[in-house]
Design a protein around this ligand. Structure first.
Ligand code: CA
Ligand code: CA
Length: 648
């Protein structure tokens, strides 16, 4: 009886304890502040708490001591924009349609219709800011202020997307010379130029000051602060505060400055007495750029680095600190990833507004140290729409593919990259628990495991697609949202009439049909829009037969300028008409300006006629044929892109 009573009391008090702790958790943590610090190309081995030895990261190590360190934390892809899209949206990049690293002239970005952490928190009265590198689209509609953030300052893309060489000097004759001047942005506008290494060296300090200022101003209301550092992405640079401070050299100095930045942020939380109720997440966007050698970071014990989906590219350090809810000094080897952050935040704030069609799962039970919880035991490793591997528990199955490799090549020095090697993988199985470096292929030893993981891969392919096996996924961005953008509808007299082209468009850009130039659908500013017909080093000579003498008041010809993609305006444009198809009368001629220009734009050449009656209209557009001297492709074939010819 006494035994029973003791048991009952114990049970009741345990129950009470749970009710109290759930209640207090409820009260305190409904709207915690959220801070995500996201470094760029930082390796798994580049923190003290992950084994770095030649430099110290005491503040980040402190986060680990006060919080939870993940040994098996993943990004969705080992490349900037795709990785960031997943962090923001809680989904693999294939679902949200962002691949690779967007270049400054990219016209697309993360679809503004897709839910993100910032947009979700906005509906819960959070104040949101991003200080650092955005890299999810550069046109206004894609920038942070139009997508859930109240404040933004930083870079719009990677810090190497600038017209400066590895020696820090302006470049004239390589692909890099085509990058526009890099700017530090404030909101929707470039604010000042980043021209040299000295300017780069101030980035970490400036971003940190802005972050701390934001915390001070918003300490009394819930906020979301996103700090995606442009460092230690190449070219790395450090302020005088940390120059020469590490035993590793510049890369170590840069990591020590990032650590200082984390320290400043933690300090401001403490001085504002909000550290208890602030969840701070520290992670990297992908593994290290190893062909920069000592200047490019370390993947620790992991295989390969950035741009590959071996563990060294996909697995990153991650630490979460949240004193009111995460017990100190914990390490977990449970699988988790950046795609899980959005649903975890949704779980924390208890929202009903989370988009259910995402790939991530809430790992809040893991944060709260609930017993026997495994929010995720499977993971897909995609790279550029290719399913490279899948993981289940300790097993990773690699699918046959080729990849860039950092092995058996000499890395570069002094901020210069070395070459890439080429790797080729077959169907390979690795036990990540006993073989973290992926060296011992066990596919032949465990055929049943291979079979089981192949089925997981098959499921991934059927949903998210796979270019390696030419599988179209049922839920990829393209499948669900269609290819964007589509042409602009224009109705006019020539639609459905006869068209004769002297030179055929190039097979790569054939337009939708032979009559693409007069199909009533006009190409948009995106050169990949199927409406455009592209002519490589050839002239466009198009004759339209209206069938009978027809009253014509206006003729327009549209051309695309997109010099960054080798697409120029014609050297000369002529518009002619004829009654018999033999003798043509010139109505209009123009010599477009093909000077150096970053602007991607559609130019329309128009002639108003005095209501002539005519049957034939001919457009002649002369190709400049070779890319001009100023262009990185100088001497190579130039393109003209045409669509549509409009007759009224
Ligand atoms: Ca990166
Ligand atoms: Ca067309």
């Amino acid at each position: 009886m006494i035994k029973f009573l003791t048991k009952l009391i114990l049970k009741t008090s345990l129950l009470l304890f749970f009710i109290i702790s759930i209640n207090s958790c409820d009260k305190k943590n409904k709207s915690p502040n959220i801070i995500i610090i996201f470094t760029d190309d930082q390796g798994y081995g580049d923190l003290g708490c992950y084994g770095a030895t030649k430099f110290e990261t005491p503040h980040i190590d402190f986060m680990a001591k006060e919080g939870l360190l993940f040994t098996d934390f993943y990004v969705s892809q080992a490349v900037c924009s795709a990785s960031r899209a997943s962090l923001m949206t809680g989904s693999y990049a294939e679902r949200v349609g962002v691949q690779g690293a967007l270049s400054p002239w990219e016209v697309g970005g993360l679809d503004p219709k897709i839910q993100t952490i910032a947009k979700l928190l906005k509906t819960h009265r959070y104040t949101n800011a991003i200080f650092g590198k955005w890299h999810l689209g550069h046109r206004k509609e894609y920038l942070p202020l139009q997508n859930g953030f109240d404040e933004y300052a930083g870079l719009i893309c990677s810090n190497d997307m600038w017209p400066v060489g590895y020696d820090g000097k302006p470049v004239k004759s390589s692909k890099k010379s085509y990058y526009p001047t890099m700017s530090f942005w404030e909101g929707n506008q470039p604010s000042y130029d980043i021209k040299n290494f000295k300017d780069q060296a101030q980035l970490t300090t400036t971003i940190t000051e802005r972050a701390v200022d934001f915390i001070n101003r918003n300490k009394d209301k819930p906020f979301f602060l996103y700090v995606p550092h442009p460092m230690p992405h190449q070219p790395i640079a450090v302020s005088d505060k940390f120059k020469g401070k590490s035993k590793l050299g510049l890369y170590g100095d840069v990591m020590m400055e990032i650590d200082w930045s984390v320290g400043e942020i933690l300090r401001s939380l403490k001085s504002n007495q909000i550290e208890d109720n602030t969840l701070v997440i520290f992670a990297s966007d992908n593994g290290p750029w190893l062909n920069f050698g000592d200047w490019g970071g370390s993947a620790g014990p992991l295989r390969e680095g950035k741009g590959t989906m071996w563990e060294g590219g996909a697995r990153v350090p991650c630490i979460m600190q949240w004193p009111s809810s995460i017990q100190p000094n914990r390490v977990t080897s449970k699988i988790a990833g950046t795609i899980d952050i959005l649903p975890t935040i949704a779980d924390i704030i208890g929202t009903d507004n989370l988009n259910p069609n995402i790939d991530g799962v809430s790992i809040l039970p893991l944060l709260l140290n609930e017993p026997n919880t495994t929010p995720r035991n499977q993971l897909y490793y995609y790279y550029g729409k290719k399913l490279i591997a899948v993981r289940k528990d300790k097993w990773k199955l690699i699918f046959p593919h080729t990849y860039r490799s950092y092995e058996n090549v000499e890395p570069g020095q002094n901020l210069f990259p070395g070459p890439y090697g080429k790797g080729k993988a077959g169907l390979e199985l690795y036990d990540l628990e006993s073989d973290i470096g992926e060296r011992k292929d066990l596919a032949k030893v465990y055929p049943d495991v291979v079979k089981e993981l192949e089925q997981i891969g098959q499921k991934a392919r059927s949903i998210l697609g796979d270019k390696l096996t030419d599988t179209i996924g049922s839920e990829t961005y393209e499948t669900v949202c269609g290819y964007t953008p589509i042409g602009i509808n224009i109705s006019h007299t020539a639609v459905g009439k006869k068209l004769n082209l002297i030179n055929k468009p190039n097979d790569k850009y054939p337009g939708e049909s032979d009559e693409s130039l007069i199909n009533g659908l006009a190409g948009t500013v995106n050169y990949t829009d199927p409406s455009w017909q592209g002519f490589e080093a050839e002239d466009l000579i198009a004759t339209i037969d209206l069938g009978t003498l027809t009253e014509i008041s206006e003729i327009k010809a549209r051309f695309l300028q997109s010099q960054v993609f080798w697409i120029f305006l014609p050297k000369k444009i002529e518009i002619e008409h004829s009654n018999d198809g033999k003798n043509f009368e010139l109505l209009y001629e123009s010599y477009p300006n093909n000077d150096f220009n970053f602007e991607q734009n559609i130019f329309t050449y128009t002639v108003q006629t005095e209501k002539i009656r005519s049957r034939y209209v001919r457009i002649k557009a002369e190709n400049i044929k070779k890319c001009p001297e100023y262009h990185p492709g100088a001497g190579g074939p130039s393109w003209i892109f045409s669509d549509e010819i409009i007759i009224n």
